[in-house]
Ligand binder design. Structure first.
Ligand SMILES: C[S@@+](CC[C@H](N)C(=O)[O-])C[C@H]1O[C@@H](n2cnc3c(N)ncnc32)[C@H](O)[C@@H]1O
Length: 504
């Protein structure tokens, strides 16, 4: 699967990507969960291939998403209810989820009404445009694969990881993929598996597999889970759930799995082109078997305001509980100011938001009442690695290097926010390349908010004009004497010509 991982060209492409002819603004959330314009993602393959599984249907000028999936053809709602009978999805203790091999992300889409936010990932493969559909539906997703590199998340990030027939060979390669799931699961987090080999006694014929093979596969998975010190919580009908221990107090290395030791070279939170390993990522030390390694998280929604454990345990250099609280207040003030400058922010006009330099996730937290989701990016060049804090607050995000293309489709985001990004990247790569990438991933008529030193903003403005964005530079919320200024821009609507207009 290496060939489906990220591979960037040596030289960045200097061109803009047109929207397809007939492109329209997506339906607003929550209607977008169930429908999208055909013209925006003109691919009908899955409507045929996955018709029986009810992933997606074609209906004139639009697609309909009935909410089905490979192991839940009757809809994600009923499937999630079944999961809810096995673990508590209601008390706010579970907030962040990862769906590996997500298809069109119906599982994540239906969890949103339970205040659980899912990072849905799948590669660009034969399931044509699956992640693009997820994004078009206003559901968080990005292009990702379990192959040879770590997923771009910190350790101890997700409360749940889920696989519904996601085709990841969990039993193979010394359990390396489950080992990666273990790295990104928080202590006490759950791994949910449905599809082969679960319930093989019932389905072996339908899967066209031999009983013996399936039984062996299941035994291997059980053994990998044991080597990770996971506890098999339950297996009922089509769903099996394991739980990661809340600490490693009793977890002893086995013949098959030792603890990773080279922490200095390969920190648990390092995950940018970092090779996956088969060794077990050690949890922070505890002094008793009752203690949760790394600190207990509050339940949602208290969680997004509380001081995150990584901060009160002083593991993030230079950030104290006081600076964290000040940062939250500052973002509340900034978002109020943004809303006076763009009166569409907070109205439901924008759904998919990107914060390119998210720091502590204050931008996302200040928008918590709005019908939006935010992809919080912590650049790999940031002075401190704060992505773990963002997850501890109950938000999602990824690491990224903005000198490269993002693992997402064109026209992913309705609004892009870039705080001090261009000063971070000055002398690292060309400003123009970062802006071309912003243009690619921004929807027509989408909004950009850039805040930076005035000298940098003036340079940005000259490129903005070439991109055909309407823009204006305005003062900082504290007045004209502050050197930092804000640039608000809107990308103009333009598309490729109609097929018949094309000339050779
Ligand atoms: C049969 S579909 C199931 C989709 C969805 N989970 C459902 O239940 O409808 C398999 C999914 O796994 C994805 N997939 C296959 N190999 C993968 C890998 N190594 N890492 C991540 N996703 C993978 C495919 O792209 C596809 O989205």
């Amino acid at each position: 699967m290496i060939y489906r991982e990220r591979h960037c060209p040596q030289e960045a492409l200097k061109c803009r990507v047109p929207a397809p002819y007939g492109y329209r603004n997506p339906f607003p959330w929550p209607a977008s969960r169930d429908r999208a314009w055909f013209a925006n993602v003109p691919h009908r393959e899955l409507t045929v291939e996955k018709a029986v599984q009810n992933w997606i249907r074609s209906d004139g000028d639009r697609f309909i998403f009935p909410g089905g999936g490979t192991t839940f053809p009757n809809g994600a709602q009923a499937y999630i209810e079944d999961i809810g009978k096995l673990i508590n999805l209601k008390d706010g203790s579970l907030r962040t989820a990862l769906d590996t091999g997500c298809g069109v992300a119906s599982w994540g889409a239906y969890l949103l009404s339970r205040d659980i936010v899912t990072m849905s990932i799948a590669p660009r493969d034969t399931h044509e445009a699956q992640v693009q559909f997820a994004l078009e539906r206003g559901v968080p997703a990005f292009i990702g694969i379990l192959a040879t590199k770590r997923l771009p998340f910190p350790s101890r990030a997700f409360d749940i990881s889920h696989c519904s027939r996601c085709l990841i060979p969990w039993a193979q390669y010394d359990g390396i993929f489950l080992n990666e799931v273990d790295r990104v699961l928080r202590p006490g987090g759950y791994w949910i598996l449905s599809g082969p080999p679960i319930n093989w006694k019932k389905y072996w014929k339908g899967w066209q597999r031999k009983k013996k093979d399936l039984q062996e596969e299941q035994t291997k998975i059980e053994n990998v889970a044991k080597s990770l010190c996971w506890n098999k919580l339950i297996e009922k009908d089509d769903i099996a759930i394991w739980q990661k221990p809340k600490n490693h107090f009793h977890c002893k290395p086995t013949q098959h799995r030792s603890f990773c030791t080279a922490v200095a070279q390969n920190h648990p939170d390092k995950a940018w082109y970092t090779d996956m390993e088969t060794c077990l990522t050690p949890l922070p030390q505890v002094s008793s078997k009752q203690e949760t390694a790394g600190g207990l998280l509050d339940n949602w929604p208290k969680r997004f305001k509380s001081i995150p454990p990584r901060i009160y345990q002083a593991t993030i250099q230079g950030i104290t509980p006081e600076t964290y609280s000040e940062n939250s207040d500052m973002w509340n003030k900034r978002i109020s100011y943004y809303k006076t400058l763009n009166n569409q922010l907070g109205t439901g006009r924008y759904r998919n938001l990107l914060d390119m330099n998210a720091y502590l996730g204050g931008f996302a937290a200040a928008l918590i009442q709005d019908p939006v989701w935010v992809m919080n990016v912590v650049p790999v060049q940031a002075k401190v690695n704060t992505l773990g804090v963002i997850y501890e607050r109950g938000f999602i995000g990824i690491y990224h290097d903005w000198c490269e293309a993002m693992s997402t489709y064109p026209r992913t985001y309705d609004l892009i926010h870039a705080d001090s990004l261009f000063s971070l990247y000055s002398n690292r790569c060309e400003l123009e390349d970062i802006m071309l990438e912003m243009d690619r991933i921004l929807r027509p008529e989408g909004c950009v908010i850039i805040r930076d030193d005035v000298d940098i903003l003036v340079k940005v403005k000259s490129i903005v004009n070439g991109l055909e964005w309407d823009s204006i530079i305005v003062d900082h919320e504290d007045g004209p004497l502050v050197r930092e200024k804000l640039l608000f821009a809107v990308k103009k609507y333009w598309t490729a010509p109609a097929a018949s207009d094309k000339t050779d």
